[in-house]
Design a protein around this ligand. Structure first.
Ligand SMILES: Nc1nc2c(ncn2[C@@H]2O[C@H](COP(=O)(O)OP(=O)(O)OP(=O)(O)O)[C@@H](O)[C@H]2O)c(=O)[nH]1
Ligand SMILES: [Mg+2]
Length: 322
């Protein structure tokens, strides 16, 4: 690197006319179904990705559901295995400043055998429901918890873990690595026998229009939108921008590069060459040429981030640039 103070971009700009938006029909339907079921819900458990603790929550819609504090509301920051333990205290302080009325925040990890934090959800929800007025549901001793959040943050996974642990029963909610696996509000799923506790799984719901481009890119990077909606090349470029502006250079070694760079095409080409990622491309005159496969390289780069191979990362951390 040169002795320059800041050899990288200061801001990330989307290509002209590109917006980061994904609001398919199942989300509109999901919002309606959620509102219809609300009457019989005792507690809202909102799941979000711990790598974007301050960004990307669908706060407007979720505030409507919680009645801005009328129903007990727990915020669960999941995938904490990819965030790391050291950042949690700071995040809690920031969240409390940002949303002082939100008192119940948990960090969870569904991938850990001990289910770090997940097992705190049920006792906390039970206590909050018991302390609340429950309005029309005073005649029943069963509790209904509704799980909400943006796509792909682990909502269905958490229901499965709770059912496995508390009831020793097999998973009941479909889980998958892409956004948009749960497409409708399902029947309630039992997670405890006595007193009966049920969870209602819901489809991930994004804001209908994401006005903040960088927030949209963070959501895309952690996988809250299908990759093809934004494009892997753009997601990889944002990742590179973020890592450089936060002085996180682990990618240089991971991608076997000669040094840090702000040029995504050059980075992907160098990595594709080193890893021998090639593909055959048919030219307009019919000739077939072997070229470096930049898309495959972009996918690998994104995969390294998503599996924690570039280190534990809080994407909402301020940049380290002077
Ligand atoms: N690393 C990590 N991955 C997790 C964790 N919890 C869930 N996942 C993974 O995240 C992906 C999404 O999980 P789902 O439970 O389907 O997420 P969802 O919020 O129900 O997604 P939609 O139904 O699409 O809205 C899956 O690949 C899970 O294996 C976690 O704590 N850590
Ligand atoms: Mg789901």
């Amino acid at each position: 690197m040169t002795a320059q103070l800041n050899p990288f971009r200061n801001a990330f700009r989307l290509p002209a006319k590109q917006r980061i938006n994904w609001f398919p029909g199942h989300m509109t339907k999901g919002m309606r179904q959620i509102q219809q079921k609300l009457r019989n819900v005792d507690c809202i458990v909102e799941i979000h990705d711990a790598r974007i603790p301050l960004a990307g929550r669908n706060s407007h819609f979720f505030d409507t559901i919680t009645g801005s504090g009328v129903k007990p509301h727990i915020l669960v920051l999941n995938k904490v295995d990819l965030l790391g333990p050291k950042k949690q205290k700071n995040i809690l302080q920031q969240l409390r400043r940002q949303q002082p009325e939100l008192k119940s925040i948990l960090f969870t990890n569904c991938k850990d055998q001990r289910n770090h934090g997940v097992l705190d959800i049920l006792p906390l929800a039970t206590r909050l429901v018991n302390e609340s007025s429950r309005f029309n549901r005073t005649q029943t001793n069963e509790n209904n918890l509704m799980i909400i959040g943006v796509p792909n943050v682990g909502k269905s996974s958490i229901i499965n873990v709770l059912r496995n642990v508390h009831l020793k029963k097999k998973s009941a909610a479909r889980v998958g690595a892409e956004a948009g696996i749960t497409r409708a509000v399902g029947e309630r799923i039992k997670i405890q026998e006595n007193p009966p506790v049920y969870m209602i799984d819901t489809p991930g719901i994004l804001q209908p229009s994401i006005k903040d481009d960088e927030m949209g890119m963070k959501l895309a990077l952690v996988g809250c939108l299908p990759d093809h909606i934004v494009g892997e090349d753009l997601i990889a470029d944002y990742l590179l921008y973020w890592l450089n502006t936060h002085r996180r250079y682990a990618y240089v070694e991971k991608l076997h590069l000669s040094g840090p760079s702000d040029n995504i095409s050059a980075v992907l080409a160098e990595y594709a060459q080193r890893e021998e990622l090639f593909h055959k491309v048919k030219q307009y005159d019919g000739r077939v040429e072997v070229m470096t496969n930049l898309l495959a390289a972009a996918r690998k780069f994104i995969h390294f981030f998503r599996t924690g191979q570039l280190g534990s990362i809080n994407l909402d951390e301020p940049s380290g640039l002077s």
